[in-house]
Design a protein around this ligand. Structure first.
Ligand code: NAD
Length: 298
């Protein structure tokens, strides 16, 4: 018989991921602070729960997809949290992007109550969640990783074991360095070329056809030059990730000069009221500095 799955956090990512689990035939119990998100999933066959404890009580495997480290601590260890229904045999998979140290703390605390934990953050954005093509990077016990592969395969395509608890989050931090660089590089190229008088659609077409091509450019480039910045991935969440990156680098005494610049540019996005926009809107900060808007006339 298939495991009963609980899903907590039905936002931009979680709503698609949980829908795939229902379609794959899993009985799904769901919870979100936002009741309309819960109603949407109930309409697709999920069962609503009143809190995270109820989700854990009704499930063999609980998955969470919430914004940040304090949210995961609340879900797992807080009042009415998973810990209140913790029991030997329960499995908890956190797929949010959070600090590796918090993943390790949650795994150790719930582990002491018999709960087996994995951290399994994802990359691929809303499109990856929608198409069940996420890249999933997993930290924790390798045997548990293998046991959970059929569940991961419902939501993702590239599923990689990374090491002990927290290792999935460490790899996700590495991923977010590269994604931030891709957005900033694209933004600087479009701003420079536009200020020099070239249509940004021309710049994009040329870059997409050569060595400079990136997936970021293919997915978001056409929207950037039309001025479309609806999220996708909210800037405030990428700033959260850059804070995780800088904290981790400080702890490990690893200088990250380019990530420091990315951190400051994303800090400027939040202080200028752009936290809810897609992270591609980092171009607006650079456009403000250059006094030009990289919008296509085509
Ligand atoms: P979101 O803000 O759209 O959704 C988060 C959901 O969690 C919301 O519905 C919110 O109500 C719910 N929530 C928050 N605290 C809760 C709690 N204590 N109990 C129950 N529900 C709670 O965010 P998202 O874009 O879906 O991102 C979720 C996670 O996935 C984040 O860690 C993010 O960094 C990561 N991520 C996002 C993307 C993306 O493209 N959006 C890509 C990869 C990874």
């Amino acid at each position: 018989m298939k495991s009963r799955i609980g899903f907590i956090g039905l936002g931009i990512m979680g709503r698609h991921m949980s829908r795939h689990l229902i379609k794959a035939g899993y009985a799904l119990s769901v919870y979100d602070l936002n009741t309309s998100a819960v109603e949407e999933l109930v309409g697709q066959g999920a069962t609503a729960c009143a809190n995270c404890r109820e989700v854990a009580a009704a499930s063999d495997v609980v998955i969470s997809m919430v914004p940040d480290s304090p949210d995961v601590e609340k879900v797992a260890l807080g009042e009415n949290g998973l810990i209140e229904a913790a029991r030997s045999g329960l499995i908890y998979i956190d797929m949010s992007t959070i600090a590796p140290a918090v993943s390790q703390k949650v795994a150790a605390t719930l582990g002491a109550k018999g709960v087996r934990c994995l951290d399994a953050p994802v990359s691929g954005g809303e499109t990856g969640a929608l198409n069940a093509s996420l890249s999933i990077m997993v930290g924790g016990d390798e045997g548990l990783f293998r046991e959970m592969l059929p569940v991961f395969e419902v939501m993702g395509k590239t599923i990689t074991y990374c090491g002990k608890n927290g290792a999935g989050q460490t790899v996700k931090a590495c991923n977010q360095i590269q994604v931030a660089m891709n957005f900033i590089g694209l933004a600087e190229a479009l701003v420079l070329g536009t200020k020099a008088g070239v249509d940004p659609a021309v710049i994009l077409k040329v870059l997409q056809g050569g060595y400079a091509q990136t997936r970021v450019m293919d997915v978001r480039g056409p929207k950037i030059i039309k001025g479309e910045f609806e999220p996708g991935f909210k800037s405030k969440l990428h700033f959260k990730d850059l804070n995780i990156i800088m904290d981790t680098a400080r702890d490990l005494k690893v200088p990250l000069p380019a990530s420091t610049v990315a951190h400051e540019l994303f800090s400027a996005m939040l202080s200028s009221g752009r936290g809810e926009l897609d992270h591609s809107a980092v171009i607006q900060v650079l456009e403000g500095m250059a006094g030009v808007e990289a919008r296509s006339r085509q």
